[in-house]
Design a protein around this ligand. Sequence first.
Ligand SMILES: Cc1cc2nc3c(=O)[nH]c(=O)nc-3n(C[C@H](O)[C@H](O)[C@H](O)COP(=O)(O)O)c2cc1C
Length: 142
Amino acid sequence: MRSKNFNQLKHLIYFSKPTVFDTKNIESILTTSRKNNNETDVTGALICRSDLYFQFLEGPKDSVEATFQKIKLDTRHSEIYKIKDDLTNRRLFASWAMRDDPVHTWMWTREEVKNGILTRIAPNEAFATFERLSREVDQFTP
Ligand SMILES: Cc1cc2nc3c(=O)[nH]c(=O)nc-3n(C[C@H](O)[C@H](O)[C@H](O)COP(=O)(O)O)c2cc1C
């Protein structure tokens, strides 16, 4: 039987605006993320483009919260806007300490992002985006 203190699984979605966007920066973010997330049992995906970071974090509630606290302090992005923050019972990206993806064609144009589409997106719609991404990932993973 699970103890009352069982650390529940949580997922969190936010988007933000990169302040500096180049390969060196992304690589450094991903290297740190993968190292830390492996240690804290966090998984997820980071969708990036020069005008957007759109991230899905999932894992033990305490780990996800602590990770997001650090992320919020990072000066490599700004205008951090949390869209969804919920307990869950399953992971979408179980084998990815932090998957990185470009913005796919079925997502949003630069114009839409500029006009604030993501400030109006429903939490379930944001989740559906990552769910679709995770299904596509599964399909192409040998
Ligand atoms: C868009 C973005 C996404 C990030 N994602 C993660 C992440 O998933 N996990 C993580 O540990 N750090 C992430 N970071 C880095 C953190 O902000 C912070 O620099 C890092 O956690 C500090 O690690 P340290 O405590 O080991 O020095 C991200 C930063 C940015 C800008």
